[in-house]
Design a binder for this molecule. Structure first.
Ligand SMILES: Nc1ncnc2c1ncn2[C@@H]1O[C@H](COP(=O)(O)OP(=O)(O)O)[C@@H](O)[C@H]1O
Ligand SMILES: [Mg+2]
Length: 235
């Protein structure tokens, strides 16, 4: 579904992604794990068109999308839930969700998706008239995910959805990610919480200072001594 080939991304002189290649097959949950500053957010931002790579390819469903505008990439079926949620604080839950559908014209489909998202996140339905800035961190994460789903993506990019959430809420968010996947959305999940991410992913990549240093099935990586020591608390 998605293939990244030998991609390099810079911030000025800083070489943030160094020859990154990866692929995602339709229907998978793939996780990208790595320490703070490894380049995870940079990779998601480049796939969604917020950053332009210096070179390399990004191919989504046979179309080259590297360096294309974000709105074109959303139209093609890729939605990005950014790190730190970034909901519009002065707008209601409902208005934030509406914004997620701003490129769509199918009114009926949009109404259906509102219903689906409220079913997936009953909490958002309860709070639909509430200003988003007054939601808890977990609720804002749900809203950011709901807003991305309003674009009806085929591929959902999730940047550290569990960051800053209490353990019980982390479990809820991961359960919902699995549900979203089971209803037909492919997922690229960026996480520092590697244990949880590997528990729901089929495959994983490990990134260190801008380079992919390991790749395999989630089971293979969970069983690797090196990965366990570096990313899974050595247990
Ligand atoms: N806007 C920016 N300007 C300059 N350097 C940046 C910028 N954003 C990120 N970086 C650098 O790029 C590297 C990768 O960052 P990032 O992709 O945010 O890592 P991660 O998401 O894995 O924590 C880091 O060294 C970071 O300092
Ligand atoms: Mg990041």
């Amino acid at each position: 579904m998605l293939r990244v080939n030998d991609m390099n991304v810079y911030y000025g002189n800083i070489h943030a992604l160094k020859g990154v290649s990866l692929e995602i097959h339709e229907g998978e949950i793939v996780t990208l794990i790595g320490a703070n500053g490894a380049g995870k957010s940079t990779l998601l931002k480049t796939i969604s068109g917020l950053l332009k790579p210096k070179n390399g390819e990004i191919i989504f469903k046979d179309e080259h999308i590297a360096g294309k505008f974000p709105q074109l990439i959303v139209k093609r079926g890729i939605s990005h839930v950014p790190e730190g949620r970034r909901v519009f604080a002065n707008m209601s839950v409902e208005e934030n969700l509406e914004l997620g559908a701003y490129l769509r014209k199918d009114k009926k489909g949009i109404q259906e998706d509102f219903a689906k998202i409220y079913e997936l996140f009953p909490r958002l339905h309860e709070r639909r008239k509430q200003l988003s800035g007054t939601l808890s961190g977990g609720e804002q994460q749900m809203l950011a995910m709901g807003r991305a789903l309003m674009a009806r993506p085929r591929l959902l990019l999730l940047d550290e959805p569990s960051m800053g959430l209490a353990p019980l809420l982390v479990k809820t968010i991961f359960r919902i990610i699995e549900e979203i996947n089971q209803t037909g959305t492919t997922i690229l999940l960026v996480e520092q919480n590697a244990n949880m991410a590997l528990s729901i992913a089929s495959r994983a990549y490990v990134i260190e200072t801008g380079k992919i240093v390991a790749a395999g099935t989630a089971a293979e990586l969970s069983a690797s001594d090196q990965i366990r020591q570096a990313y899974l608390g050595g247990a």
